[in-house]
Each structure stands twice: as C-alpha cells, then as structure tokens.
Design a protein around this ligand. Structure first.
Ligand code: HEC
Length: 116
C-alpha cells in the first residue's frame, strides 16, 4: 500500500480532533436535565449535602447518581414514601424540570476525597 498523501493524513487528523472535541461536548451536555439550572439550584442543596464524599453528620452524599434514581428518590420524598421532613419540604417545592436539572448536575460530579 502506498503511504497516504499528506493532505489525506491532515484531513484525518482534523476529523479526529473534531471528534474528540465533540465527545467532550457530549460529556458536558448530558441528556435530560438542564445542567446549568441544576448548578444554580444546587446552591441550596450543598448547604447540607457537601460535594466531597463521604458527607458528614448523617447527611448522605448525593453526587454521581444515575439521573433516573436521583429523580426517583426526590419524588419518593415528595410523595412522603421516604420519611424526612427536611427533604419532603425541599422535594415538594421542586418541579419535574428542576429535579431533572439537579439530577444532571449532581450526577455529573465525580466523587472527591473527603480531605483533598
Ligand atoms: C437542611 C439540610 C438539607 C438540604 C438543604 C437538602 N437536603 Fe437532601 N437530605 C438531607 C438529609 C438529612 C437527608 C437524609 C434524609 C433521610 O434520612 O432520608 C437528605 C437526603 C437526600 C437524598 C437521598 C440521599 C440518599 O442517599 O438516600 C437526596 C437525593 C437529596 N437529599 C437531595 C437533595 C437536593 C437535590 C437538595 C436541594 C434541592 C437537598 N437534598 C437539600 C438534608 C438536606
């Protein structure tokens, strides 16, 4: 096989770079909730739920959960299936979109060591 002409190699490299960039964008923009809205709404949550894992003082860590589980848990608080007055009040105020947004944001966070 003849070596590929220079312009072909260059085109392939450009395509590969574009693909890597596109993958990066995909990793950011997860399907489902509005990540930026989630980040905004998370300001309230992180007063209790610390972003570092494991969380202290009996408050569970809520990062890196699959979106659907995160939303399901919030809904179970809202319905009163899960018994926590604090979380029932908070979940009761959230719309479906806001729950999905929070799921997208917290779900995208990787666990961090407790004492970096
Ligand atoms: C005032 C403190 C406080 C705030 C603010 C708060 N939470 Fe919680 N959250 C808790 C506590 C305490 C629990 C554990 C309740 C229980 O025993 O079920 C909890 C549990 C949870 C759980 C279930 C965790 C698990 O492992 O089962 C999720 C999900 C959650 N909170 C999400 C949120 C979100 C999203 C917000 C912001 C919209 C938020 N919380 C704001 C105190 C808080």
């Amino acid at each position: 096989m003849r070596p590929a002409p220079r312009h072909v190699i260059k085109a392939l490299l450009t395509a590969a770079t574009g693909l890597v960039a596109a993958t990066g964008v995909l990793a950011q923009a997860r399907p489902g909730g509005d990540w930026a809205l989630g980040e905004y709404l998370a300001g309230e949550c992180v007063t209790c739920h610390r972003l570092s894992a494991p969380a202290g003082a009996g408050i569970p860590s809520i990062i890196a959960w699959p979106d659907d589980q995160f939303v399901a848990v919030l809904k179970s608080y809202r319905l009163g299936d899960r018994d926590s007055p604090v979380m029932q009040t908070i979940a009761g105020r959230l719309s479906e979109d806001e729950m999905a947004a929070l799921a997208a944001y917290f779900g995208s966070l990787a666990p961090r060591p407790a004492n970096p």
